[in-house]
Design a protein around this ligand. Structure first.
Ligand code: FRU
Length: 514
């Protein structure tokens, strides 16, 4: 399918590119004229220069560069009428900020160019699919919304022509969004997240499957998936891809289930189900929904098969449970997580670890690298007095460790103020605790520990966030963490016993901004 053919068949042929450009210019200017407070603004994670961001969108490899678009509100640190912000990279490690790519400009997307994905049609021809959002009352969602799946095309990845709606919401369906489109078995396929009305009960979170032979007219195929939680009323940002002949569905369930226990602690959570699927058939689930990252802030992940065959996933570290401290005085909110490479094992268990090339940011000359040592009973050993962004690798022999917790104290302002990353042997969980961090946005999260006798933690610390990858990536805990002003030390601490460290390395990180 070429852009020329799409333009001929399009439903909207009078896109006013001049007006769109004026809106983009205004939005770019607003960002350029906003100064953020740098204290927590990310140095090793993708974010706009200022303003609000949420989901990664349209991630692709196109014309020799990786393109990362994202939900962006340029006029403030709160969620608002969505634009698509834009950054690019040649190596997935260093990034360059680009001009905003899409602004709400048409009747069908006048209240927001919401999330979606990219499809490289051919060398030099890119299509993006997104949800156009419109409030019925023109103001907010109190009287309902109209969500339409839309198409836009580009030859340079920077300037887009909107070709308009390709799929209207069926009667009675209000929340239907975040299209993902791919080519398989000589057809185009699309999945969308839906809040599906059902008889005699609350709406159910489902993923709907459509197919097409021209990318413009779409036929409903089936309900591909329904979240097993009867209180899940909406599925956002579904991503569906093949790995080693199996299928993974990554998605974000929204549920009214009470928050008890460790799982699904956020208003918005992420996870995956895995199974088997053949085009035209049913999705046969072999691995039921499982949370993917247990932190406060990991949402709306979107993955990309990169040219060397790896499936890499990009999540958003931010949240709708507001306010976040950075919003109040600092003029920004949200950043992407470190790109993670996915692996699916024979039991359909998904693992995610930071891409290998992320290590290129390490300043190895200034690293702290400690080989085997034992930390005594109730001992705290300072490792760095004041750290910027760092990448930490910790390996501990649990068979020789008697300490109840293996605690890395980070953002350590004083003996009593720090964030704690700990393996807790009582609950057998890995905890990220912001309770003593000295700022707002407190609370802890804890992921199950499913590793063996050798505990492996990878901890990536940015100015305003901590990502913890556990073991070989079975689980992770990622949260925004906003330390009070002061030094940001790092220490290792034991509780009621000893810690047998195999290896501990702390690498200062260079900025990702080229
Ligand atoms: C998920 C989400 C999407 C929607 C977008 C709007 O975070 O709610 O479902 O398209 O954000 O910004």
């Amino acid at each position: 399918m070429s852009i020329k053919e799409l333009a001929e068949n399009a439903n909207h042929k009078d896109f006013d590119s001049k007006r769109h450009q004026e809106l983009l210019d205004k939005a770019n200017e607003a960002v350029a004229n906003t100064d953020v407070d740098p204290r927590w603004h990310p140095l090793v994670h993708v974010a706009p220069k200022a303003g609000w961001m949420n989901d990664p969108n349209g991630v692709c490899y196109f014309n020799g560069r990786y393109h990362m678009f994202f939900q962006h509100y340029p006029y403030g640190s709160k969620w608002g009428p969505m634009h698509w912000g834009h950054a690019t990279s040649t190596d997935l490690v260093t990034w360059q900020r680009e001009s905003i790519a899409l602004a709400p400009s048409e009747k069908y997307d006048e209240d927001g160019v919401w999330s979606g994905t990219s499809l490289v049609l051919s060398e030099g021809e890119l299509a993006v699919f997104y949800t156009g959002n419109r409030w019925v009352n023109g103001e907010d969602d109190t009287d309902g919304k109209v969500q339409t799946q839309c198409l836009a095309v580009s030859t340079d990845g920077q300037n887009f022509t909107k070709l308009g709606p390709i799929l209207e919401a069926p009667e009675g369906v209000e929340d239907i969004r975040d299209p993902k489109v791919w080519r398989e078995a000589d057809r185009w396929w699309m999945i969308i997240g839906v809040s599906a009305p059902v008889e005699d009960g609350p709406n159910r979170g489902q993923v709907w499957l459509y197919s097409s032979d021209d990318l413009i007219d779409w036929e409903f195929e089936r309900v591909l998936y329904e979240d097993p939680d009867p209180l899940c009323y909406m599925v956002e940002c579904p991503d569906f891809f093949e790995m080693d002949g199996k299928r993974v569905l990554v998605y974000c369930p929204m549920t009214t289930a009470p928050r008890r226990g460790y799982g699904q602690r956020n208003g918005h959570n992420n996870g995956y189900a895995a199974g088997d699927w053949e085009p035209g058939g049913e999705f046969v689930v072999k691995h039921e929904f499982s949370q993917f990252d247990w932190g406060h802030h990991y949402y709306a992940p979107q993955s990309l098969r990169v040219p060397d065959g790896r499936q890499i996933i990009f999540g958003w570290m931010g949240g709708f449970e507001l306010p976040l401290a950075s919003q109040k005085d600092d003029a920004w909110s949200g950043h992407l997580a470190t790109p993670r490479v996915l692996e699916l094992d024979d039991d359909y268990v998904l693992r995610a670890t930071p891409i290998a090339e992320f290590a290129e940011l390490r300043d190895v000359d200034n690293a702290v690298v400690l080989d085997e040592f034992t930390l005594g009973v109730d001992e705290t050993r300072e490792l760095l007095e004041d750290a910027g962004p760092v990448d930490i690798e910790l390996e501990v022999d649990l068979t020789k460790t008697s300490s109840e917790q293996v605690s890395l104290l980070v953002n350590r302002i004083s003996d009593t103020e720090y964030a704690e990353v700990a393996y807790d042997s009582l609950s057998n969980r890995v905890v990220l605790d912001r309770g003593k961090v000295g700022s707002t946005d407190r609370g802890y999260r804890a992921a199950p520990y499913t590793g063996g006798d050798v505990l492996k933690l990878r901890v990536i610390i940015d100015r305003g966030s901590v990502e913890v990858i556990i073991g070989d990536g079975e689980h992770a805990v990622s949260s925004l963490v906003f330390p009070r002003e002061g030094k940001r030390g790092i220490a290792l601490a034991s509780t009621g016993g000893k810690i047998a460290v195999n290896k501990l390395a702390i690498y200062p990180l260079r900025s990702i901004w080229a």
